[in-house]
Structures are given as structure tokens and as C-alpha cells.
Design a protein around this ligand. Structure first.
Ligand code: PEP
Ligand code: MG
Length: 568
């Protein structure tokens, strides 16, 4: 048998790091079931197998501490054997239907029934029914149905797409890296990969069809290179890249716990976090507080919103982990992060729809509960509050009014709390352009370059095929940042950057030189970015910023900044 040659697939870099290991392919493509001589017997066997498979996966998830994944799987194991499903398929077979058609019809009927009940819990059950029927189909067709939550051995995940919720439940100990066909560099899948410290490449089209589970895959999350069945010399090259990346990280470690400054101004380098594991990683890296606590991950992949106490515990844990401020961003749901219990009608353009702060008036109790939790946590730690996706001054004024009402109720109830500094994300161009009008109403700005780029260049951040339009160092985005910084200076409020460009050495350099006070990055970038800031006093930053702002393209900006840094 001739050996297959190595195959190179180009993708978009999404999370730095180099991974080499065996692939686990998650292919959610539908399979077709071919009828056997005795479809009823084949179905009964497949039901038993699917249910057993789910039960053992449930036990594996629970034994590795993933209780939530275990619960979902247990419910699905029971559902596979549920008479409602089994009897309906048997009845359709008795009517003379093929097994494939019977399964399709029962899926439509049962999941349609659940979906028609206007209840988010039932909507989730509809999805479970479809997943269970899909698993039965795969048993009948003899095709494996792996699940990202259930990896047993360290693997490189290869998938058409992974939802934000899928990625949030991945076990970083077992995921060496991942490659997806869809998604852009600032999609939430990429953000979670970075926070887990897992190498990732997105937008690698065709990769799922090119690799089978168990085959060797090499990937470089800094370049977007993916190689399937790498030759010995390619594998050696990837091992060398991995060693170089590790050496660079080790060199930056000398900045752990050391403050950095530029032009005599202290520059904070804090962490972006989304979970208690991220908080631990940020503490470990010596981050100076949290510049962005993405609370929405607490709200996703569940059937109802977290309780006030659950939130108080989480925000207080964050607050007590650092001596510097912890910025808690109110939930930014919508766009590529839906939550089933929030009743938002399906939208044609969710990124331009009811997302972030626009959602709060539709679910006032959920917002008020979160605001209460943040104010209570602010009573015991240095916790600040930040509002995402605002586009107008009126929204800011209205939300501040709501927060004052929440404070008044806590006061009336005698619940200990404090009204913290309240800031906004600058991620919609209208806010950057009217930053001087917004500034008097807020205590700080944090520039979210991921969305600011998406909206300034009109390029969906999850669309991997538009990655040439998703560079936050585009001069248009820089101009919006500059305008924001100027307004912050004039109104004497602080301005930070918490988009991914803050972790890009060129982005950190030009934005710090432009006047931002703080950069917020994933834990593992904290020290490398401190080392970039530390080198800036040796750079001629004035001409660099001026040239970057008047450059015609993002490529020119990158060249200008790189040249200036190289001259040190
Ligand atoms: C941003 O938009 O830059 C940001 C930091 O927020 P998120 O990535 O969570 O939308
Ligand atoms: Mg954003």
C-alpha cells in the first residue's frame, strides 16, 4: 500500500501555539440509512447501542469533572430509549416506511412538537431529540458520532464549526489544538481557544474531508498552517516551532509581577477572562487585574439565566483574586452567542440586531439581577461595570438610570453594595465618533477592536472568507481609536483596549503610543505584551503613530510599526 503524502491546508491564525497529534474529526454532516433485511431489528439494536454509547460518555464526562456535559448526555441516553421515540419509529416502519424516512419523520414530528411550545427549555429538548436521532442514524450507518466534550485521549479537534458553547466545555487537558472550516480570527471560538491557551486555526476550508480520526495533524496557530499526515521533516519543523514559541514565552516571563510604563505613564496589562479557570490562569500569569470579564459565558449553554447569588460568587471571586480593578462586562448575548431562554426573534443580521445592551430592555429582570450581583460584588472588591454594544449617548444615560434604580432597591433592602465606576465598550463606530459626547456620562472607555473592526469594515467577524477585511490595524479602525483616546484625554477618563489586537505586538505598540492607558489580553499574552510596552521608550513613536494614521492600508500600518520596532 502506498503511503498518502502529506497534505497542506491553509487557514486563518486564531490562537497562537503549535500542536502535533492525532485528529479527532467532528463531522456533523447528515448520514443516510440504507434499509437492511430486517429494519425493525436493526433499529432496536441501534437504539440500544446509541443509548449505551451516551451512557458511557456521560460517565466519562462525570469522572473528569464535567458535570454539566454529563447531565446533557444522561438526558440524551434516556431519550434514545424513550417509548415516544421508539414506538413512533416502529409504527412508521409498520406502515411500510423505510427506516431512513421513518427516522426523518419522527425527528420532524417530535422535535417540531417541542419546538412549537414557546419555552426555551423545550427548544433545547427539540435539539436533543435531533441529536439523539442523528446518533441512532450513525449507529445504523456504522459512522462514528464524536462529540467535542468527550475526547478520551489528547487530540487535535477538526470540525466544520464549533459553537461558542461547544468550545466552552472542551477539556483543555485533552485538546491539543483545533482546526475549523468556518469562523474568523475574532469569532468567539477563537477567543475561547486563546483563553484556554490552545492552538487554533479557523477558516481552513476543506479540512474535514481531508483527514480521518486518528490521523496525525500538525498545526501552527500563529501562521494558520495545517498539515495532515506530516512527513518526518515537517513534523520536525513543527516541533522546532513549538520549542521557539515556548522559549519566547519563557523569556517574557521575567515581566511577571513587574509594572511597565511608556513615556513615564504606567501602562496596565490586565487579562480578558470568561471563566473561573481563566481567572486562575490570569493570576498565575501575574495579570494586573481583569480588563474584560466576559460574563456571557456564564449565561450560555444552560436552560435559564444564572441566579443572583451564583453571579455574586463569580464576580466576587474575580474581585478578590486581584489587587487591581476587575472590569465586569454585562452580558453580551446575541450575534454569535445566542442563549435559548432569551426570547429574541430570529434575525436576518444578528450582529446588527438585538445584541448586548440592546437586549436589556427586552429582559429587564435578567439585566437587573446581573446589575444587583455586580453592585454587591463591588461592595467587597475592586469591581467595575462595563456595558457592551452601546451605540448612542441616550442608551448610556438610560442604562445608568437603571443601575441607579438597582442601587436604590439594594439600599432599601439593606443589602451591602457599592456603585462602581461604570464604563462602556467602544465597539460601534458611532460611539467612537461621538466619544466626546459619551465621555461625560462614563467613568472609562474600553475599545473593543474585534467588533469595531467588524462594524467599521462591514465584515462579519465570524466569516472566515473575509479575513482580509478583519485587521484591526486598518487605518480606519486606528482613526476611530485615536478619536476615542482624544476624547478620553479631554474628559480625563481612562481608555483601554480589550480587543484581540491588544495582544498583537504591533497593535499593542501603536495603541500604547497613541495614548491608551491599559491593554487587556488573554492570560498567556500578559507578559509578552508587557515586554513590548517596555521596549517602546526606545522607539520613535510620534512619527510612527502619525505615519500609521495616514497609511492607506492595514498592511502599510503593520510595515510602519514593524520597521519602527525593528529600529530599536
Ligand atoms: C471586542 O469586540 O473587541 C470585544 C473585546 O468584545 P467581544 O470580543 O467579546 O465581542
Ligand atoms: Mg465586542
Amino acid at each position: 500500500m502506498t503511503e498518502r503524502p502529506e497534505l497542506r491546508v491553509a487557514g486563518t491564525p486564531a490562537s497562537a501555539g503549535v500542536a502535533l497529534g492525532s485528529a479527532m474529526v467532528i463531522d456533523h454532516q447528515e448520514v443516510t440509512v440504507i434499509d437492511s433485511a430486517d429494519p425493525q431489528a436493526a433499529f432496536t439494536t441501534a437504539v440500544a447501542e446509541a443509548s449505551r454509547e451516551l451512557q458511557s460518555m456521560c460517565e466519562a464526562a462525570r469522572s473528569t469533572g464535567r458535570a454539566e456535559a454529563g447531565d446533557v448526555l444522561e438526558a440524551q441516553a434516556l431519550m434514545a430509549r424513550d417509548p415516544m421515540l421508539v414506538d413512533a419509529v416502529s409504527a412508521a416502519l409498520n406502515d411500510g416506511m423505510s427506516l431512513d424516512a421513518a427516522l426523518r419523520r419522527v425527528d420532524e414530528e417530535i422535535s417540531g412538537l417541542f419546538a412549537s411550545i414557546d419555552d426555551p427549555y423545550m427548544a433545547q429538548r427539540a435539539q436533543d431529540v435531533s441529536e439523539v436521532i442523528d446518533r441512532i442514524r450513525r449507529r445504523l450507518a456504522g459512522v462514528d458520532s464524536p462529540d467535542p466534550r468527550l475526547i478520551g485521549v489528547p487530540s487535535v479537534l477538526v470540525a466544520r464549526s464549533l459553537s461558542a458553547a461547544d468550545t466552552a466545555v472542551l477539556d483543555p487537558e485533552l485538546v491539543l489544538g483545533f482546526v475549523t472550516e468556518t469562523g474568523g480570527p475574532t469569532s468567539h471560538v477563537a477567543i475561547i481557544a486563546r483563553s484556554l491557551g490552545v492552538a487554533a486555526v479557523v477558516g481552513a476550508s476543506g479540512v474535514v474531508a481531508s483527514v480521518s480520526t486518528g490521523e496525525e495533524v500538525a498545526l501552527d496557530g500563529s501562521t494558520g498552517d495545517v498539515v495532515i499526515l506530516p512527513s518526518e521533516s515537517t513534523a520536525a519543523d513543527f516541533r522546532a516551532r513549538r520549542a521557539a514559541a515556548e522559549a519566547e514565552t519563557a523569556a517574557a516571563d521575567r515581566f511577571r509581577g513587574i509594572g511597565v510604563s511608556f513615556g513615564g505613564r504606567p501602562i496596565g496589562v490586565s487579562a480578558n477572562v470568561g471563566s473561573s479557570e481563566d481567572i486562575a490562569r490570569a493570576v498565575e500569569a501575574g495579570a494586573e487585574g481583569i480588563g474584560l470579564l466576559r460574563t456571557e459565558f456564564l449565561f450560555l449553554d444552560r436552560t435559564e439565566a444564572p441566579t443572583e447569588q451564583e453571579q455574586v460568587d463569580f464576580y466576587s471571586l474575580a474581585g478578590s483574586s486581584f489587587s487591581e480593578p476587575v472590569v465586569v462586562r454585562t452580558f453580551d448575548i446575541g450575534g454569535d452567542k445566542p442563549a435559548p431562554y432569551l426570547e429574541v426573534e430570529t434575525e436576518e443580521n444578528p450582529f446588527l440586531g438585538v445584541r448586548g445592551a440592546r437586549l436589556y430592555s427586552r429582559c429587564p429582570e435578567i439585566f437587573d439581577t446581573q446589575a444587583r450581583a455586580i453592585l454587591r460584588a463591588a461592595g467587597t472588591g475592586d469591581v467595575q461595570m462595563m456595558l457592551p454594544m452601546v451605540s448612542t449617548v441616550e442608551e448610556v444615560i438610560e442604562l445608568r438610570g437603571r443601575i441607579e434604580q438597582v442601587a436604590a432597591s439594594l439600599e432599601a433592602e439593606g443589602v451591602p453594595h457599592a456603585v462602581p465606576p461604570i464604563g462602556v465598550m467602544v465597539e460601534v463606530p458611532s460611539v467612537a465618533l461621538t466619544a466626546a459626547a459619551v465621555a461625560p456620562h462614563v467613568d472609562f472607555f474600553s475599545i473593543g477592536t474585534n467588533d469595531l473592526t467588524q462594524y467599521a469594515l462591514a465584515a462579519d467577524r465570524t466569516n472566515g472568507s473575509l479575513d482580509n477585511l478583519q485587521d484591526a490595524l486598518h487605518p480606519a479602525v486606528l482613526a476611530l481609536c485615536e478619536r476615542t483616546v482624544a476624547a478620553a484625554r479631554r474628559h480625563d477618563i481612562s481608555v483601554s483596549v480589550c480587543g484581540l489586537v491588544a495582544a498583537d505586538p504591533l497593535g499593542a505598540a501603536v495603541l500604547t503610543a497613541m495614548g491608551v492607558d491599559k491593554l487587556s489580553v488573554s492570560a498567556r499574552s500578559v507578559n509578552p505584551i508587557k515586554s513590548v510596552v517596555d521596549s517602546l521608550d526606545r522607539v520613535e513613536t510620534g512619527p510612527m503613530v502619525e505615519a500609521a494614521l495616514s497609511a492607506p492600508t492595514a498592511g502599510d500600518v503593520r510595515r510602519i510599526v514593524r520597521d519602527a520596532l525593528d529600529r530599536t
